[in-house]
Write a protein of this length. Structure first.
Length: 206
């Protein structure tokens, strides 16, 4: 989590896969009830959601075994409804599920609901999840530290961007390994490898 810009007191994994890390954080926050992690995850999403590879995240969430994790991401999709890429994660109408094991009604009567969850399938009382900007790196800071994030700023949040980032780190990668590392297709990796070699041959890449 530190590797993608969440400010926890631990060593960062350099250039950690963004979507894998987001889903892992949601598992810790929802299924393991680590609300500190969940708070930081929500702040990260508020700052950086436009850099997510939505297709990859949607696939990871759709195939996850935890109903509560899937409902969490459905809540995120409702909250970020201005970004239509996430619409496929929205849940069908049905009874809402409480984040807290007990005391939700009491907390909501006292403080109301967290506005980020009001339109989604989870009920979260206000004040349970803090929202502090200093808990995450800014886009500028994360762009300096994370190769794939930087390439996503340049190219867009796609598999192609991640492949360019991998070649930034290791220009000798073969096509199959490039596809494997980025979870992308062989065809996309082949095109990226070809384009990289064109620019390298032109002296545009050192």
């Amino acid at each position: 989590m530190v590797g993608i810009g969440m400010n926890f007191s631990s060593k960062a994994t350099a250039n950690a896969n963004i979507e894998d890390t987001l889903v892992a954080a949601s598992i810790a926050g929802i299924d393991q009830e680590d609300f500190r992690v969940l708070s930081v995850l929500m702040t990260w999403l508020e700052v950086h959601s436009s850099r997510i590879n939505a297709d990859r995240l949607i696939h990871l969430v759709a195939t996850h075994s935890s109903v509560r994790v899937r409902l969490f991401w459905s809540s995120v999709a409702a909250w970020l409804s201005h970004d239509r890429r996430f619409l496929r994660m929205k849940a069908a109408p049905g009874p809402r599920v409480d984040l807290l094991a007990t005391g939700t009604d009491f907390h909501i009567r006292r403080s109301g609901e967290d506005p980020r969850f009001v339109d989604g399938p989870m009920r979260v009382p206000a004040g349970i999840l803090r929202n502090r900007a200093s808990d995450v790196l800014t886009p500028v800071e994360l762009g300096r530290r994370h190769r794939a994030y930087r390439r996503r700023i340049m190219i867009g949040p796609t598999y192609r961007a991640d492949m360019w980032a991998e070649l930034d780190g290791d220009p000798t990668l073969f096509v199959a390994e490039l596809a494997r590392r980025t979870y992308g297709s062989f065809a996309t990796a082949w095109l990226v490898r070809k384009d990289w070699d064109v620019l390298a041959g032109a002296g545009e890449i050192s």
